[in-house]
Structures are given as C-alpha cells and as structure tokens.
Write a protein that binds this ligand. Sequence first.
Ligand SMILES: Nc1ncnc2c1ncn2[C@@H]1O[C@H](COP(=O)(O)OP(=O)(O)O)[C@@H](O)[C@H]1O
Ligand SMILES: [Mg+2]
Length: 247
Amino acid sequence: MTATGTSLESAGGGVAGSTETIVAVDELSVRYHGATVLQKISFNLQAGDFAIFVGPNGGGKTTLFRALLGLIDIDHGGIQICGATPAQARTAIGYVPQRNVYDPRFPLRVAELVAMGCLGPGMRRLYDRSEEKRRVDEALDAVGMLGRARAPIRELSGGQLQRAFIARGLVSAPRLLILDEPVTHLDARITASFYRLLRRLQERGLTILMSTHDAGAAAQAGDRLFEISGRLREQLIGSGSGETHNA
Ligand SMILES: Nc1ncnc2c1ncn2[C@@H]1O[C@H](COP(=O)(O)OP(=O)(O)O)[C@@H](O)[C@H]1O
Ligand SMILES: [Mg+2]
C-alpha cells in the first residue's frame, strides 16, 4: 500500500497566524512502577510553534515525547496529535531520538539511514521505491545534505550526522518534529547553524518540539519555553520579564 501524504513543501500548510492545533495534551499523567513521572501535564501547540523543553535529568522529557509518539501507556489524561490519537497520527510525527548508541562502523549510507524513516509499524514500507527515493532526496535537500547521500555514515561529522537524523525524521513529511536533546554533542558553531535549520523548517509550517540542556537555546531558537520536572510550567520568553505561569 502506498500512503499518500503531503509533500515537505506543503507540510504544515503553515500560514502565519493560523491556529490549527497540532498537539493537545490534557492532564497527562504517567507512572512507572507506581512512581509518578509526569503529573497532570497540559499544553497545546499550534501549527508552526517551536517549543523548547528544559529541565533536570529524569524530569520526564523523554517520557513525554514517547507518550506523544504513542510508545508508552499513559495513566491518566489525553493526547491528541492533529486531532487524532498518537497511534493514528504516527506518520504525522517525525522523531529524532536522544542520541542512541550505534556502531559507526555499520556500513550504512546516508540515504539508507534516511530511508529508515519510511518504515511504518511492523517495518512495513510506507511508500513504493520511487516515492521513497523522491522523499529521501527531498528530506536530504531540506537539511543541506543531498550532496552526501551516498556517503557512509562513518564519514560524517557530528553535525552532519545530526542533520541526517533530522532528514530521517522529515521523510514522512510530518506535521510535528520531535527532537530529544539533539545538540548535546555539537559545538556552539554547529549548534547555531542547526538552530537556523530548524527555524527554516518552522517557517515552512512545521511544528517543532525540542528538549535540551542548552540554556541558551530559547534565545536562539524556539518561541515557547517549557520547564518540565514531573510537572510542567511555561516560561514566558521574549518579554524579558522572566515571568512564569502554569501551562
Ligand atoms: N522505561 C522506564 N521504566 C522505569 N522508569 C523509567 C523508564 N523510563 C524512564 N523512567 C524514569 O522516569 C523518569 C523520567 O525519565 P526521562 O523521561 O528519561 O527524563 P528526562 O528525559 O527528562 O531525563 C526518571 O526517573 C526515569 O528513571
Ligand atoms: Mg531524556
């Protein structure tokens, strides 16, 4: 079966000022073995929002992201992605996981890594071969890596590898891109260019949700800042007031 989806160009259809709700989280609670990890978290993201999540290790950032992806059971509350359940919306979400350990000697080329984003549930291919190639090229182009499509991933720098992972997240033309601590191993210059890339994707209407330990991230990227430590609070940024309110 070949899924039809919006192309990257039309992803989001993000018109400035549009108010389509992409993420709606309502009183979400998650527990592991009786210990509460997320407690009654509520927030909404609109099309084109760029939200940054900061907080201590163990604060629940990865848990929240996995809940949005429908990968964990929730104890209480609701999640809607583009008006559907996380499981239904799975191909509407691109995911760049917290840097996982992988063997850099693994003989994988950049285009092959990106094509892994074309696998649906049960490793089923979402698109036929020519559509897959078109999407891989488009995603690589979006992150400035088309010229490296044939390169083995072991030859990439840290910044290039992170771009390749983003391309993998973009290949299904998602409405929402979730990045879990994507700049942890990148230096300041690469991080800045990485944020510019995310800004360009946001301008195309993509909704972005990113966790980070980079305290400067909110100044360079993002327009909403959330602090998550079991509970969630939104910090108002841009006003310079440092004022907070419960999200
Ligand atoms: N699969 C799991 N089983 C049990 N506890 C978990 C699991 N995943 C995370 N936790 C716990 O949930 C809490 C939140 O973890 P996590 O979401 O990874 O936080 P963060 O990404 O903000 O560092 C931590 O106390 C962690 O130990
Ligand atoms: Mg984490």
